[in-house]
Design a protein around this ligand. Structure first.
Ligand code: MG
Length: 376
């Protein structure tokens, strides 16, 4: 299937409050409609946005979309967008409300999967509250909620079939599912999500702003721990700094126990396993490897995942060599590799009071913590 997305942004509804229609209002760093576009972008080869003629200037600020002028009704707006796709290689369309900024990849994937077997598919949630009839402020009856659903978008269809259904429609319809059904198409129900709500009332904006706020303070903390044994030699590499000693550390790579603990702390914060997963010890190319390769990779993953490192703290546990004289050089080296200010990196050391394997000077242990902060 070649999928196009249609974002319906032509409404002038002001029930959500504010001077602008809700889809053009700012929600965090971008407009509501831009959240919807960003959510659909990875799933669609082209995106058409249907807008009211009074909003064409605003729509000009949208990147990499085709803007069409909507009509007097929702159905007319969708029809204009569908007609704009005629002559392209589009075989399927996802039709989405601009005012649903939190549509997830999971919902879109469910709709696309169902479209592979049905001519249409749409997300919905079963009605769980009791349903009443009321008149003059009094309950006048109840209604059975069995088989009732709350409809959401994106609603997905075979392109040719929904275009034909729209061309055959006279008047308006509640949504594209209604139009599809009027044309005799089967529409599968897939699971919706509460977070995929439509911004309608002012309190919906507050809820959306809270959800955006939660994303901006996504804090992740990881820890790492590592041990390497001593062997014969004349020095050790700790946190990237060569320190003279009457022994060396044994390991597959350069055995930089401090850098390994920090690298694992970062992978841990990202829930991406450990060094062994990214650089298998069974692979001979990592034999004797400079551990900066590992830390640099972990640092790149931080950026690729949309986070930044706000602090790291490494504790080296050994009786000897003395770490204190080298700690600042170690901090600077780690900071340079990770591309952060030195004051975000701590390196300190402790002995274990001559107890245990570190106390007997059989090896060095290291523990580390890393904090990552992410935003949308
Ligand atoms: Mg190690």
């Amino acid at each position: 299937m070649t999928i196009a997305a249609i974002i319906v942004a032509a409404g002038r509804g002001s029930r959500a409050g504010g001077a602008l229609p809700k889809q053009w209002q700012m929600l965090g760093p971008r407009m509501v409609v831009e959240h919807a576009i960003a959510a659909l972008r990875p799933h669609a080869s082209r995106i058409v946005v249907a807008v009211h003629r009074d909003d064409t200037d605003r729509a000009g600020r949208l990147d990499d979309v085709l803007v069409v002028q909507g009509g007097a009704t929702r159905a007319a707006s969708v029809r204009a967008a569908l007609e704009a796709l005629a002559g392209t290689d589009t075989t399927g369309v996802l039709i989405h409300d601009a005012a649903r900024p939190f549509v997830s990849t999971a919902i879109i994937d469910r709709v696309l999967a169902a479209m592979a077997v049905k001519s249409g598919a749409a997300p919905a949630l079963p009605v769980t509250d009791a349903l009443w009839r009321g008149a003059a402020g009094l309950v006048s009856g109840t209604a059975d909620r069995t088989g009732l659903y709350r409809a959401q978008t994106p609603q997905g269809f075979d392109y040719a079939a929904i275009l034909a259904a729209h061309r055959a429609l006279s008047g308006d319809a509640a949504d594209d599912v209604a139009i599809a059904r009027a044309a005799g198409l089967d529409v599968a129900i897939v699971e919706g999500e509460e977070a995929n709500f439509k911004i309608t009332h002012p309190e919906d904006f507050s809820r959306a702003a809270r959800m955006i706020g939660e994303k901006t303070v996504d804090v992740r903390v990881g820890n790492g721990f590592d041990v390497h044994a001593f062997t014969v030699g004349d020095g050790v590499t700790l946190c990237g700094v060569r320190v003279a000693h009457d022994r060396a550390l044994l390991g597959h790579s350069d055995a930089d126990v401090g850098m390994h603990a920090l690298t694992d702390a970062i992978y841990g914060a990202l829930a991406e396993g450990d060094i062994g997963r990214h650089f298998p010890p069974s692979d001979p190319q990592w034999k004797g490897a400079d551990s900066t390769v590992f830390l640099r990779h972990a640092g790149a993953r931080i950026a690729e995942r949309g986070y930044r490192l706000t602090q790291a703290d490494v504790t080296l546990i050994c009786e000897r060599p003395k770490i204190g004289p080298h700690a600042d050089a170690m901090r600077g080296t780690l900071a340079r590799i990770l591309g952060v200010e030195t004051d975000r990196i701590s390196v300190k050391a402790t002995t274990s009071e001559r107890l245990g394997f570190t106390g007997r000077e059989e090896g060095i242990a290291a523990m580390a913590t890393a904090t990552l902060v992410g935003g949308p």
